[in-house]
Design a protein around this ligand. Structure first.
Ligand code: PMP
Length: 364
């Protein structure tokens, strides 16, 4: 029998990476509408594609293990020193690495009940104790099922090393404002590292919601993670980054795999970052399609919770499994959230107009 070296993994629900897309394409042909993984229907910047093609010719060599060009581009755009940036094979890798770097079985890690699924996995991989803090109630006016920052601050114990927050959060789509984060940081001891996962940051435009980055300089315990998977539409490329105090970055750099980003990814991300117009198109398209989709769903009696992301959480008020299967049989892929403990909800990514229409016409 297999002996688990780390007993925490036995109790863990595996990260659900979604459906086997190639198999589904074979079954449904081109008619499949993949609205289950919060990808970006616009697709990547043409300049990124061009840079990736050029980089292919160099792929017989190892990539730059420092990712110097991408870090320099990020540094210029974000206004932070390169020594405050670490790159990851997707932000998923960075979220995992942070727990491995800074938490061990003597420590606890705090996160919200419906926080991003990788938080408990990263905690278990480090063998640390998870502290899962009850979310805000469904009835909360602006953030149903969202992060309860008061309760999260209260949950921090003497042995807590890390807090994971996502802003906006997946799967709830909820967010908290910069002032609320500043108040939270003021309540948490400086020895506790606070990770703010901003995977959906570029889509967010709610008043009072900027970025945790502006607090990073004054809070050495604050770590901000971002990704090229969402607004930059490069999920397949696997590029994420974090901004943190240089002392935190130094530890992550020591533990990560030397060549965690391949040369095509480094080149594509750098070019994507330079194409500000494409990013703007991506944000505008998402905002308008999300608004349209939410309105069309509402007309059909489906309630979407408020979202600052490229997906919506639909609250059915009854078990969502049947509707998910109904849509699946019609080649429309959406994500049931039972695994998160939200069995009455479906998470639906904002697709192209064509995909969104396919979803609407497949509804019973
Ligand atoms: N954080 C959140 C909140 C996410 O939803 C995701 C992707 N589903 C990630 C991080 C990880 O994204 P990636 O590894 O593609 O950067």
């Amino acid at each position: 029998a297999t002996r688990l070296a780390n007993p925490a993994t036995a109790a863990l629900r595996a990260y659900d990476p979604g459906h086997d897309l190639p198999a589904l394409r074979q079954r449904f042909g081109v008619t499949i509408a993949e609205l289950g993984s919060n990808e970006n229907a616009l697709g990547p910047s043409p300049r990124a594609l061009e840079a990736m093609r050029a980089a292919l010719a160099e792929s017989y060599r190892y990539p730059d293990p420092r990712g110097a060009a991408l870090k320099a581009a990020l540094s210029a755009q974000l206004g932070v020193d390169t020594g405050r940036i670490a790159l990851g094979n997707g932000s998923h890798e960075l979220l995992m690495l942070l727990a491995q770097c800074f938490a061990d079985p003597a420590h606890s890690v705090v996160f919200s009940q419906y926080g991003f699924a990788v938080f408990p996995i990263a905690t278990a991989a480090a063998g640390a104790q998870p502290i899962r803090v009850p979310a805000l109630p469904r009835e909360h006016a602006s953030a149903p099922f969202g992060h309860d920052l008061d309760a999260l601050a209260q949950a921090v114990r003497e042995d807590t090393r890390l807090v994971y927050l996502a802003n906006p959060n997946n799967p709830t789509g909820t967010w908290f404002g910069d002032a609320a984060l500043a108040a939270f940081l003021a309540r948490v001891p400086r020895e506790v590292l606070v990770v703010v996962d901003e995977a959906y940051h570029e889509f967010a435009d709610a008043p009072g919601l900027g970025t945790a980055l502006q607090l990073a300089g004054s809070h050495p315990n604050l770590i901000v993670t971002r990704t090229f998977s969402k607004a930059h539409a490069l999920a397949g490329l696997r590029v994420g980054y974090l901004v943190a105090d240089p002392s935190v970055v130094a530890v992550v750099e020591r533990l990560r795999e030397s060549f965690n980003l391949n040369n095509v990814a480094l080149a594509g991300a750098e070019a994507a970052l330079a194409d500000r117009e494409h990013l703007q198109r991506s944000r505008a398209l998402n905002a308008s399609e999300r608004g349209w989709l939410v309105a069309e769903l509402a007309r059909r009696g489906y309630v979407c919770l408020p979202s600052q992301t490229n997906f919506v959480l639909v609250d059915l008020g009854r078990d969502a499994g049947e509707l998910e299967r109904h849509l699946f049989e019609r080649g429309v892929i959406v994500r049931p959230m039972g695994g998160y403990g939200l069995p009455q909800t479906l998470r639906i990514s904002v697709g192209s107009r064509d995909e969104n229409e396919r979803l609407l016409s497949a509804l019973p």
